[in-house]
Design a protein around this ligand. Structure first.
Ligand SMILES: Cc1ncc(COP(=O)(O)O)c(C=O)c1O
Length: 480
């Protein structure tokens, strides 16, 4: 019998393809050395890297495409060629000078834990398929709830991102709202049931619409509630909408609206919605993290009285893609929406079966990077990450406001802001110019009928120097 102890040192002694069986090609582990070297080079080059991609789709197809090879190839050379062919098509979202959309950076602890997750290749479906992954999720779920001021008894799931967090929460809401009317939606489906409606503000994120489509509620069910000048839901409009119908209702509030970082008045909205038997969901993809900062926590007052909360690890926590979290106060409704009965999932009682809390079955050990980041930063480190990004957003917008022709449409309440250059055409042209130049990256959006440049600061690598470089990049674009 083979002595397994010889494989305890990595990399293991190379063996021939014959000894290892046909599936393992000679020198397959050399690919890991190559990937480690390429990773180090990539991370060391972030400060000098262009932020935008330089290759277009045609160039990338030419570099990566061609016919599927007939013969096996050496894995190490494949990895080297893959990295080289993709390099010009990468966005430098981890450079500290990337402020487009809302895409976080990746902390080294998260990258390292993700490497291990890939190497171990655990199927984190249930305790039975990976005991350690299941317990790790239990631990992370409890830590996240405590960090984000979510009630301790709430259930939770690790999903791919905030959109799937919305879908998971809407499935639980659908269960509760219809079960309370005597309907078993998991068995009978939605046909013939009272149509659910979703009340939310105009600036709700598109992912909510896609989630509504996924769970069969549909986008026609979305009713827009007026917002005030600060982009917060107006309570008189919400009260009116709630009173207007006795249809099963979900109210979707926002913690950190993506253009202005606005926070809805949670305490008031939750109390109102609860009086009407409505389910309150909070889209906190960006802004739920305010709860982790003592300075920003007042923005979240009353949010703990909602029914469900959605956020991301891959944005502001700087966990690697793809990682979202959903928390649901009504654990019974959550479980009812995803419970299943095949044998292996029940193999060990009183342990977490992740697949019964979310839409996926087989999946990677997504909690590993989250665990590594939470342990590395600790409570105070997460607060410092959040506060630091907000401070850099302030100094970035302050610096831009001093440039000629810059109008600040929304100063950062948290890490999100909007500026504009003279008019729509000029705004688009300046954004395009900055992207082309490659020193920094911002995105463009339409806000209240005006084109604007959106700023999102959610990378741990953004520092005073990165902010200064970004201001200079905008100045240069304005002068050309
Ligand atoms: C406010 C808000 N909600 C939801 C989402 C969707 O998140 P994800 O891309 O993780 O699915 C985003 C993405 O930017 C967002 O900004």
């Amino acid at each position: 019998m083979q002595d397994m102890s010889v494989t305890q040192h990595w990399p293991p002694a190379r063996q021939s393809a014959v000894e290892n069986g046909p599936a393992l090609l000679p020198d397959a582990y050399a690919a890991l050395d190559t990937a480690r070297d390429l990773t180090a080079r990539f991370l060391q080059g972030l400060d000098t890297r262009r932020v935008g991609a330089t290759a277009d789709a045609g160039a990338l197809r030419a570099a990566l495409g061609g016919a599927l090879p007939d013969l096996p190839q050496d894995a190490s050379s494949v990895i080297a060629a893959l990295a080289q062919s993709m390099d010009d098509g990468l966005l430098g979202s981890g450079t500290g000078r990337f402020f487009g959309w809302v895409i976080g950076g990746a902390l080294p602890a998260a990258i390292a834990a993700d490497w291990l997750a890939a190497a171990w290749d655990q199927n984190a479906a249930a305790y039975a398929t990976s005991p350690a992954s299941s317990v790790l999720e239990e631990v992370c779920g409890a830590w996240l709830k405590s960090l984000l001021n979510i009630p301790a008894q709430a259930s939770f799931a690790f999903v791919t991102g905030c959109q799937m967090a919305h879908a998971t929460a809407l499935a639980a809401a659908r269960h509760r709202l219809l079960a309370d009317r005597g309907i078993d939606v998991e068995t009978d489906g939605l046909s013939g049931t009272p149509p659910i409606r979703i009340l939310t503000g105009q600036t709700r994120h598109e992912s909510l619409l896609r989630a509504a489509r996924l769970v069969g509620i549909g986008t026609r069910a979305i009713e827009i509630v007026a917002v005030d000048a600060e982009s917060r839901l107006r309570m008189d409009a919400l009260a009116q909408a709630l009173a207007a119908s006795d249809r099963p209702t979900v109210v979707c509030l926002q913690a950190g609206e993506m253009n202005t970082g606005a926070y809805d008045p949670f305490a008031e909205a939750c109390a109102l919605a609860r009086r009407h038997g409505a389910w309150v969901h909070i889209d906190g993809a960006i802004g739920l993290w305010a709860a982790a900062s003592p300075r920003l926590r007042p923005l979240m007052a009353g949010a703990e009285t909602a029914h469900s909360w959605a956020t991301d690890g891959h944005k502001w926590l700087n966990v690697t893609q793809d990682c979202g979290y959903v928390f649901i106060a009504d654990a019974e409704a959550h479980h009812a929406a995803f419970a299943q009965s095949t044998s292996f999932a029940h193999a060990v009682d009183a342990t977490r079966r992740q697949l019964e809390w979310g839409p996926e079955w087989s999946r990677r050990a997504r909690a590993m990077p989250t665990y590594a980041v939470l342990r590395t930063l600790g409570r105070s480190g997460v607060a410092a990450l959040i506060d630091g990004c907000c401070e850099h957003a302030q100094s970035l917008v302050r610096g831009l406001s001093e440039l000629p022709g810059v109008q600040v449409l929304a100063w950062p309440r948290i890490n999100q802001a909007l500026v504009r250059f003279d008019n729509d055409a000029r705004t688009d042209a300046v954004v395009a110019h900055i992207q082309q130049d490659g020193e920094a990256f911002f995105g463009a959006t339409t806000w209240r009928g005006m084109r604007a440049m959106r700023i999102s600061v959610c990378d741990w690598r953004t520092d005073a120097q990165a902010v200064e470089r970004a201001i200079m990049a905008v100045k240069k674009a304005l002068e050309e």
